[in-house]
Design a protein around this ligand. Structure first.
Ligand code: HPA
Ligand code: ZN
Length: 337
């Protein structure tokens, strides 16, 4: 019988909610600031870490966007992606669907091609080096307007065969999903998958809007759906995958204490919940640490942890054959425990 942390490490799993810009560690931020001659408002790595004292989404986002300023060259985006995959490989990740925020970069004059070429190079390296498959999800920044999202959508068009879907992130309150209904409809017409952050800070109505107006294939966070019993029943009936991020929820005070985290309540209500890291460099841990922390805080059994890993493949945008292959790996791991 392996111990529970060994079990978590070995458990084959997919990560479905990871902002690649949120995996920028302070050390890498300093290296890139130096090599790109970008000023950052910190003197030491410890200064950076002590600035991570945010307790809500907006305060976090202000620091996250400032950190992203050091990303300039294609190799920066590649290095960022490779560092994430090196870390994910240690946590038993076999597949990752990663968010990127092109507007954060194009609005600073970094060409879209530089961003995506760098990320794709990192993803190709992850495949050969770690046998990790991956997909890209282009997120629109919801604090900007829908015209800006459309402009990004058009810029991305030549790359649609290398982008799995579109998402919606940044400041949730005051920026309801309805604001992006037309660009999400265009994305659906283009054959892209659709996901959206909803119900992290925003009310259950934002989750309704994401379902009814954005026609999402997956729900990012979704915690506040638990406040609406009808909505929970609907999410369960539709087998909607929720990409839940325990350490992020704790750091941004979506939950006051991890021991109150609703992850197992979601499962008990028939929701297809998964565990993810969101912005691991900012929230205190990668996917393995998210599994370990919530397992310890909630006393999750191996059966529950295995169900969460299974959900991560079922909720992925892999094709049926690839899902089956990953589930086989999971089952053979479980058989040997
Ligand atoms: N929520 C919303 N937008 C984000 C996040 C998040 O946790 N991380 C990066 N962009
Ligand atoms: Zn997120």
């Amino acid at each position: 019988m392996t111990d529970i942390f060994q079990f978590i490490k070995g458990l084959p799993k997919a990560e479905l909610h990871l902002h690649i810009e949120g995996s920028l560690e302070p050390e890498m931020m300093f290296d890139m600031a130096h090599r790109n001659k970008v000023d950052i408002p910190f003197r030491t790595v410890d200064d950076v870490r002590s600035a991570y004292n945010f307790t809500n989404l907006q305060d976090f986002l202000d620091i996250y966007y400032a950190g992203a300023n050091v990303l300039i060259e294609e190799e920066d985006f590649r290095d960022l992606a490779i560092a994430y995959f090196d870390r994910a490989a240690q946590d038993g990740v076999t597949h990752a669907e990663i968010f990127f925020d092109p507007q954060t970069h194009t609005d600073r004059g970094i060409p879209f091609d530089v961003v995506i070429n760098g990320l794709l190079a990192g993803m190709a390296e992850a495949k050969t080096k770690h046998h990790i498959s991956s997909k890209l999800i282009l997120c629109f920044l919801r604090h900007l307007d829908e015209n800006a999202a459309f402009k990004t959508f058009k810029t991305a068009e030549p790359w649609f065969d290398r982008i799995a879907g579109v998402g919606l992130d940044s400041s949730e309150m005051g920026h309801p999903p309805a604001k992006f209904a037309r660009v999400f409809s265009a994305a659906g017409d283009a054959g892209l998958k659709r996901v959206a952050h909803a119900g992290e800070e925003g009310p259950p109505d934002y989750v309704h809007q994401a379902l009814d107006l954005l026609h999402i294939d997956r729900l990012d966070h979704g915690n506040r759906a638990l406040e609406d019993a009808h909505l929970m029943t609907r999410l369960a009936r539709e087998a909607m995958t929720l990409t839940v991020c325990p350490l992020s929820n704790h750091k941004l005070r979506v939950v006051d204490d991890l021991s109150d985290h609703p992850l197992d309540r979601m499962l008990a209500n028939g929701l297809r919940a998964t565990i993810n890291s969101d912005d691991p460099a900012y929230f205190g841990g990668y996917i393995g640490e998210n599994y370990r922390a919530v397992a310890a805080a909630r006393g999750l059994s191996r059966t529950v942890l295995a169900a969460l890993a299974r959900n991560s493949f079922l909720g992925s945008f892999l094709d049926d054959e690839e899902i089956t292959e990953n589930l086989k790996k999971l089952d053979s791991f479980l058989k040997n425990q």
